[in-house]
Design a protein around this ligand. Structure first.
Ligand SMILES: Nc1ncnc2c1ncn2[C@@H]1O[C@H](COP(=O)(O)OP(=O)(O)OP(=O)(O)O)[C@@H](O)[C@H]1O
Ligand SMILES: [Mg+2]
Length: 235
């Protein structure tokens, strides 16, 4: 099992002629919540996909002291690097239970207990077809399914997307709870208020480059950064 901080070193992602991520350097501290912010198309999802091995990249990704660049996706998942993708990616025609068990495909002894502890609502709905859950419940299921893979590093791509404020607050609680259990979180969000309230460190991407980085309170001290990248949010 891998452990330690994650370092992205001169990471580039190309899709044919499209240069989506342009040589970024990120440090992701073990046990903390790091957020990656930025406008549509800034390269946030591409960065997460590179970490989990879902896209080709150049540069290097190091976990602790181990470069993982040659490692295929399923090995990274076995080593505890797990992505909860944008748009949820749950199996809509399968039940809650079937979705959860599918998330544990790399684990021999899948345990539903942890998922139910963090998401009691799913226990009540164990046999419900996923497609009939509410939007918030579906997002909970997507995160719960990722938890079933027993992550050390949980990568969340826009978990608040399309959800009502009260549900977003629930998601925030869940992310805090998961992090308290020692799981390192990398959170991609367009909801900057949510992300900055959870994060120990933030990176702001712009056109595939790091435009700013720092602790949330430091970033919010800068009027330029607040106006330009954070939608004018206040601490
Ligand atoms: N499979 C692909 N093929 C071609 N171009 C792609 C592909 N995936 C992403 N891109 C392009 O790469 C750039 C970065 O995309 P990415 O999905 O990483 O952005 P993002 O920051 O996650 O945006 P959003 O907030 O809209 O999800 C965009 O210009 C996008 O069009
Ligand atoms: Mg994205």
């Amino acid at each position: 099992m891998l452990s330690g901080d994650i370092y992205l070193k001169s990471l580039n992602v190309f899709y044919g002629p499209v240069h989506a991520v342009k040589g970024i350097d990120l440090s992701i501290e073990e046990g903390k919540v790091t957020t990656i912010l930025g406008a549509n198309g800034a390269g946030k999802s591409s960065t997460l996909k590179a970490i989990v091995g879902g896209v080709n990249y150049t540069g290097s990704i190091v976990v602790g002291t181990v470069p993982i660049d040659g490692m295929p996706v399923h090995k990274r998942v076995e080593n505890g690097i797990v992505l909860c993708p944008e748009g949820r990616g749950i199996f809509y025609t399968m039940t809650v239970k079937e979705n959860l068990l599918a998330g544990a495909y790399t684990r021999k002894h899948a345990k539903l207990e942890l998922a139910f502890e963090i998401f009691p609502v799913l226990k009540e709905r164990i046999n419900q077809i996923a497609g009939t859950l509410s939007g918030g419940e579906q997002q909970m299921l997507a995160i719960a399914r990722a938890i079933m893979a027993e992550p050390k590093y949980l990568l969340l791509d826009e978990p608040s997307l399309g959800l009502a404020p009260v549900v977003i607050e629930k998601i925030a609680e869940v992310i805090r709870e998961i992090n308290k259990r020692g799981i390192t979180i990398i959170l991609v969000e367009q909801n900057t208020t949510l992300a900055l309230s959870l994060a120990h460190k933030a990176y702001i991407l712009e056109n595939g480059r790091v435009a700013a980085e720092g602790k949330p309170d430091e970033l919010m001290k800068s009027d330029v950064i607040r106006q330009k990248y954070l939608g004018g949010v206040r601490a």
